[in-house]
Design a protein around this ligand. Sequence first.
Ligand SMILES: [Zn+2]
Length: 754
Amino acid sequence: MNVILEALYKMEIPALNQSYTHQSQQSWTTFMAPVATIPNHHLNLIQDQRRADGSVTSVVSSSEQRPQTIHWDPTIQSDSDVYKPGSEITNASTQGMLQRSYSLPTSPVSNKQTESRYGLDPQLLPSVLEVPVCDAGDCVKGCGHCGAFMSPAMSWQDCGQRFYCPFCDKLTEGTWFFFLLFVMCHGSLISPLIKVVELTVKKNLSSALALMKSLRNRREVFGKGAVLLLAIDVSATALRTGQLDHMCQQICAQLQALNGPKEIDQSELRVGLMTYDKRIHLYDLSPALSRPHMMVITDCEELELPVMDGLLVSLRECMHIIERVLHEIVLFIPESEEVPSSQELAVSAGLKILQARSIFHGPDSSVSLAKECISEGCCVHMFVFSHQEVGGAWPGHIPFLTGGGLFCYRTLQSEIEQERFQADLSRCLDMQVAYKAQLKVFVSKEMQISGCYGSILTTSDSCCVAMAAIDGRTALAFEFTHNKSLEETRGVSIQFVLSYNNYAGERRIRIHTVMLSASHQLLDTFRSSQAETLLTFYCKKMYSLALESPLQCLREELQTEVTEMLACFRKHSCTPSVSPGQLVLPQFLKALCVYINSLRKSEVLLPGLRSSVHQRLLQRSLTISMDTASMASLFYPLIQPLSVGAENSTTPLTGEAVRSTVSSLHPCGVYLIYSPLALLLWVGSAVAPYTLLQLFNTNSISCLMSGELKLVLEGDNCEDSLQRLLVEDKSPNGGASYADFLFHLHVNVLRLIV
Ligand SMILES: [Zn+2]
């Protein structure tokens, strides 16, 4: 298997992905940096061997090493490749733009089939890039019809008299001077960057179509389940007359009956409890709490309810909690005077609970304030001291929606927290930021933009995104679809135009144009796909959709997409010599399964019992704007063994990174575990005392706990935080292990292609 795949993928890839290079015949492979930007630990392979008992399925990994994905390294491009016309037009580099795949299937059917959609993660302000500015900007015009900016995607005709725009399919008249400038900027790039690709149409396109249809039909349609929200009158009258007692008993009995064995499955029913007199009392019934919490909403004029998971809980899982509250409700209720209770208030509060879209939604007031900040280009960084989580609103919505951040400190008394505050503050001030940013996207006429995901306020118009501020570490993901066939000779062009204010207050326009090939061969799409970019795309998309869709559906959708992709690869791109039970993964997407599994079981998509709503909100906000490199190490953390060297050496030696599973951690070892949101030091139970002495200059580990670095000793109870980072294992929130997930995928793939 190994050999077959290797041979397949060593073929030359015909593509015309060389925007901004002068050598138009350069092969696409030039842009593949061997491993330069992939974290080293991503090279250890995930190897998995499992056999189903006696059944046809045997899952064998196709390689013994952690997959090495292709990575298009934009840093290979030199400054001379950067297009530099225009006074306020800064550049047109494709740096920072990573594609999900660098080749698109020509037919819309195969496009849907391989990947459903096409994704792009532009990181628009790469911090490393020094942008040359040109002074003759007014002379350089773009397309006269759609407004796209001049770029190599425009093809000149009739000796520079007019040029063709791929974004709107029209011709614009040019002037001689304009053309000359263009030629000077691009060397002698008069002819469009089009490379003819040999055409071999897949014979079984009709069978592909049939498969496609069956896949669509199989996909389950999820809706929102029913909710039973009980509002109980607890006014002094209800209490005095014994009405409350009786009510609670009756409700309890009814719920028990609902929960019992029945023909119709009610087990998915969600239940909420609310009591009211002239105020509203809400109950957090989350099983994560040691006892249910009650919250009294006193401001009933402008009813603003806290958003939390525990207000509506599963009847099946939380029956005992609901019973307990109903039995003890009299104890919960604060004494009130004889005032009539308000039924209208109860109904409107109930409606608010049902309307609560998701815990990730900011309250309307925050969202509208963030909108105002964005239109003014006002980026908010919030520093919060002695922040209380319980019952309080999360302060992070406005900062993250405006391109800023949230920094929480327990107290400013400790020296470590003071240092942290100082570092955070200076980082915020030092960062290069573009303000009042407007991003406009142009795509070839055959394509449409179907989504834009990231730390932004979504609007109906995905072609135009407004941001208060954007820095070099922020990336967005775009989703494109095409309904018409693409022409192999023409490919696809995409242009991002970012206009922003710099520190000096100058308005700048930064243009990124990328040209991609289109191919009739599905294999080309798989060959030029990249697992890390796919992960970034899916993470941004799913975390954005978490605002409106149930998390269960998102986890299902992720699994379905990967299954369909692998089934399609197997059906159309695989060699016939593969035996039916063998697991086959595209060469550059081998890491995809471990990434997707890790994403599926992240606390945002699969809440654990011990993670709070605030932690999940923070994790979502921090992750959704990350670039591809950070995203990859977040979902597959680095585990680096540390060891001591020679007797007198003071610096620890670092060994080769190991796989992210508990079996990699040896009791005699010390390991540094890093992901962008966590830093742990794991110390095995059998570590030699001299190692501790040499590494930490102490015999006692207990005095080492400090600051950002969290110390985890083998067998102690903070191993929970470690387990979350060992993404190949079963996670504390119930997420599947990588081996189990891969096995499950494989079985599903085989079912699909039978
Ligand atoms: Zn145009």
